[in-house]
Design a protein around this ligand. Sequence first.
Ligand SMILES: [Zn+2]
Length: 124
Amino acid sequence: MGEITAKCQVCSKKYKMEHYKIGLTINCPICNNLTEVVVVKYSSNSRYQITYKQFSNLLFYEPHSKVILPIIKKWFNCEAIFNGKVMVFKTGTGEFSVENIHKEIQCNPRLQYDLYQEAMTLWR
Ligand SMILES: [Zn+2]
């Protein structure tokens, strides 16, 4: 698990956070105000990081989701179900949210790297 150092946008204090939370809005562990996780120091696990926001865009922007969804279905052997608002991934053992799937990918160096490469191809 890669830990990054992030800086609170409200109190300016630094704190440690799991690498896959980059870009998310959280309650600052020090002042408890809402703040975006802004990195000041990356971990080795965050080199090929795709943030949760970028990941959502890949899933919901159709020209990209056409490429990304089949890859995720294959990796997790799951079905993506989208009701117009919320997307869930159904596997044999249960349902996973976009956030769960993002975390799984970001905690698996091989999947993280492969997704990064795919995204870079789309964004070029
Ligand atoms: Zn703070």
